[in-house]
Write a protein that binds this ligand. Structure first.
Ligand SMILES: [Zn+2]
Ligand SMILES: [Zn+2]
Length: 365
């Protein structure tokens, strides 16, 4: 082969390789605003790999998270349940070590974690921000918790309604709670929402979490308002592991589950205010006005009127502009400077079955 032909061939080969590498190299960002001077980080802190009962290699979890627009994950394989142990040796630190360089390459923050697995009650718990998972491989639950606490772990109760016959808050949970060995609860795990857990988080000041607990490969190619994995939105001072931990300890989270946001009123209120932008009326006929309302978030906001002005039902579609037509409630010659429309955002849950009260303020002058 002549030198020139060889060069052309190698250029072609390099281009082919680059094309293969570029394929699928785009990620769709998840849109929720930063609030109250915090960064809103999208986190899934519970998932499995072949190192316990999952069906994927640890690096795949990083690739999936990047593709779907997440910022943070924790791979939390079971310590006690290892159905693949004949093929994959038991070393509870390996999933993290295998995945960490890929996470660095893709700018995904990877937190070292594990799932502590007991019969119900008390059930399953995740301990995250660990240095060494192997030291948690002990018989007695309270010894495991002590070992996790020694590493200053953040510990949360997983899928608390998993076995309906053993559902509830038991004495062991009180012991864990009182010893500060339980800092949060999964209000959502996979496709289940647990209203009792939501209530416990409010009453006992525990951090609300939502995680996928995925075992199979994720086939989702991108996140959309209609189709996304459940995730915990963490309001952190910066995009770093330490800041995430501080935010989790302080309970600064909200949960995105199906078509709902679930969280404390303060954070839901801030997300609503930062996401919804109301224009000035652009048309007027007698006492009726038309305004545009933009919703810059990934959730369709489902609103019901509680006051006297505005349509009875109003949906602010995700990442879109909605036209609102409303009466001002005043005669044309005595138009006020502004009007306030009172609604409940029904899918922003501040408590089980309780939506967030919101006000749409429209400037008329
Ligand atoms: Zn579990
Ligand atoms: Zn799990």
């Amino acid at each position: 082969m002549k030198t020139k032909q060889r060069i052309i061939l190698s250029i072609l080969l390099v281009n082919l390789l680059l094309a293969a590498f570029a394929f699928g190299q785009s990620r769709r960002e998840i849109n929720f605003p930063d609030i109250l001077d915090y960064k809103t980080l999208k986190c899934d802190l519970h998932m499995h790999t072949v190192f316990s009962d999952g069906m994927v290699w640890p690096t795949v979890r990083v690739d999936e998270a990047w593709r779907e627009g997440l910022d943070v994950i924790s791979i939390t394989d079971h310590i006690e349940y290892q159905p693949h142990k004949d093929d994959i040796p038991t070393n509870h630190n390996r999933p993290y070590h295998i995945a960490i360089s890929r996470a660095k390459e893709k700018n995904i923050l990877l937190i070292k974690g594990t799932e502590i697995t007991r019969e119900t009650p008390p059930g399953h718990f995740n301990a995250i921000f660990l240095q060494d998972v192997n030291s948690l491989d002990t018989e007695e639950l309270f010894d495991v918790m002590k070992a996790a606490a020694k590493q200053d772990a953040f510990i949360f109760w997983n899928h608390p309604g998993w076995k309906p016959e053993h559902k509830g808050w038991f004495d062991t949970h009180t012991t864990l709670y009182e010893n500060k060995w339980m800092h949060g609860i999964e209000v959502v795990n996979g496709d289940s929402y647990y209203p009792e857990a939501h209530q416990w988080c409010l009453e006992k000041n525990l951090t609300m979490m939502a995680n996928s607990d995925v075992h199979q490969p994720l086939t989702l190619l991108e996140t959309s308002p209609d189709k996304h994995r459940p995730m915990t939105l963490v309001f952190a001072r910066e995009r770093s592991i330490d800041a995430i931990k501080e935010a989790l300890v302080e309970g600064r989270t909200t949960v995105w589950f199906e078509k709902q946001l679930i969280g404390r009123k303060k954070y839901l209120d801030a997300i609503f205010k930062e996401s919804v932008k109301i224009g000035k009326p652009y048309n007027k006929y007698r006492e009726t006005i038309w305004v545009e309302i933009k919703n810059n978030s990934d959730i369709d906001i489902d609103m019901e009127r509680t006051g006297s002005l505005g349509p009875g039902q109003l949906t602010l579609a995700a990442n879109a502009t909605t036209i609102l037509r409303t009466g001002t409630g005043a005669e044309a010659e005595e138009v006020p400077a502004q009007i306030e429309l009172s609604y409940t955002a029904r899918n922003f849950l501040v408590a089980p079955d309780k939506g967030l009260p919101v006000t749409l303020t429209i400037q008329l002058k």
